[in-house]
Design a protein around this ligand. Structure first.
Ligand SMILES: [Zn+2]
Ligand SMILES: [Zn+2]
Length: 384
């Protein structure tokens, strides 16, 4: 890449950083959940007005998709997720969340601000841009996997490549990291309902207690997790067990909630089958019934292509700080669907080794990382 352009890029970023930091704070103060990102979308549209980026009609109501025309090259999609998490913020910040029970605990305020920043800088450099750049501001990343729907509805149609950032506590501040193939896992959320027959706690012979069977299921899932995790890194976690509410009544039902994480769809269906078998066996041995729902919306791991990974690594090594990710992380991200059938990569942006974990009530995106994120997004677009 022409070093002169990189210099222009760096000074362009310095110029907009104060405004982008303000934008990040205003998004942080008014977080929105799921697909209801009304104010967030408005702020994004306001920030992009006055540029030559052409916005198209939303595909999910509150998504923002815009395109900057380059000089006839390929089309590159840059994606930011824009939704928040149902967590009560514990930080005491001038811009702390004004919405009770909701906060930007996953740093999507940072993702959004960085993509707006990249859009503004690339707009000012559009004479040097061969590629068309599609900016996708996506709601509903947390839990509802809206990225899958957005891609199915055509958000990425005509794009040759797609890239996205996820901020990453634990990684040195401003450091860029990624790996080839799976960076993040696929997974499912399951619910198991064990049904017996409630009765007086003094007369267990008059009922069928669902709790022992449910407890055996939990223990067998723990064993299965230990074996699978050692063999192939997969995860089975039971996260909730609910049954009964007093000490002398045997309840009718027991409910188990949990999540599985895996690196291939084949492993995912094998795990689901194995859990179903355990559930059926334990229920029938205890003369109770059981049913299971398995929501595998996030059934695709984030699979960075070798070309997408190479471009990201070379730019980061040359212009930022690079650290190879040694193994995939078992978190999930619906950016996986943007990479279905096209090249590209998701990469991690370090927020500092002692930064609070994602989804923690003490989390806050580190503004010091904004500039590096914008730089990487711009460099990727300019490299096409
Ligand atoms: Zn998250
Ligand atoms: Zn996230």
């Amino acid at each position: 890449m022409d070093e002169q352009i990189v210099e222009t890029l760096r000074s362009g970023i310095q110029r907009i950083l104060p405004a982008i930091t303000d934008l990040r704070h205003s998004l942080h103060a008014e977080p929105e959940l799921g697909l209801e990102t009304v104010k967030t979308s408005l702020r994004i549209c306001e920030a992009l007005s006055g540029t030559s980026i052409v916005l198209r009609d939303p595909l999910l109501g509150n998504d923002v998709i815009g395109e900057l025309r380059g000089n006839g090259g390929k089309t590159v999609c840059l994606r930011a997720d824009i939704d928040a998490v149902p967590v009560q913020e514990q930080n005491d910040l001038p811009y702390k969340s004004k919405i009770p029970g909701i906060m930007h605990a996953c740093g999507h305020d940072g993702h959004t601000a960085m993509l707006v920043g990249a859009a503004l800088v690339l707009d000012s450099l559009r004479d040097h841009l061969s590629a068309n750049v599609r900016f996708v501001f996506q709601p509903g990343e947390e839990v509802i996997c809206a990225g899958k729907t957005l891609v199915e509805r055509g958000a990425c149609d005509g794009c040759d490549a797609a890239y996205a950032i996820h901020d990453w506590p634990g990684l040195p501040l401003g450091c860029v990291s990624s790996k080839e193939e799976p960076l993040f896992a696929a997974g499912s959320h399951f619910e198991i309902r064990v049904k017996g027959k409630g009765c007086h706690g003094a007369m267990p012979e008059r009922g069928r207690n669902p709790i022992p069977a449910a407890a055996r299921i939990v223990e067998r899932l723990r064993q299965m997790h230990i074996e699978l995790n050692a063999a192939e890194g997969a995860v089975i976690s039971v996260c909730s067990f609910q049954s009964g509410n007093t000490g002398n009544v045997i309840p009718d039902t027991a409910k188990i909630l949990g999540t599985t994480r895996y690196l291939s769809q084949e492993t995912g269906s094998r795990i689901e089958k194995a859990i179903r078998k355990i559930v059926t066996q334990e229920a029938s041995e205890a003369n109770v019934t059981a049913e299971m729902d398995n929501d595998a919306s996030y059934d695709l791991p984030v699979l960075n292509t070798s070309e997408g990974y190479r471009i990201t690594r070379e730019l980061a090594e040359r212009y930022c700080d690079w650290r190879e990710a040694e193994r995939p992380y078992m978190t999930m991200d619906d950016f996986a669907y943007y990479l279905k059938g096209r090249e590209g990569a998701m990469f991690l942006l370090g927020l500092g080794e002692s930064a609070p974990d994602l989804h923690s009530p003490a989390f806050d995106f580190n503004d010091e990382a904004l500039g590096v994120g914008i730089l990487m997004l711009c460099l990727i677009a300019l490299s096409y």
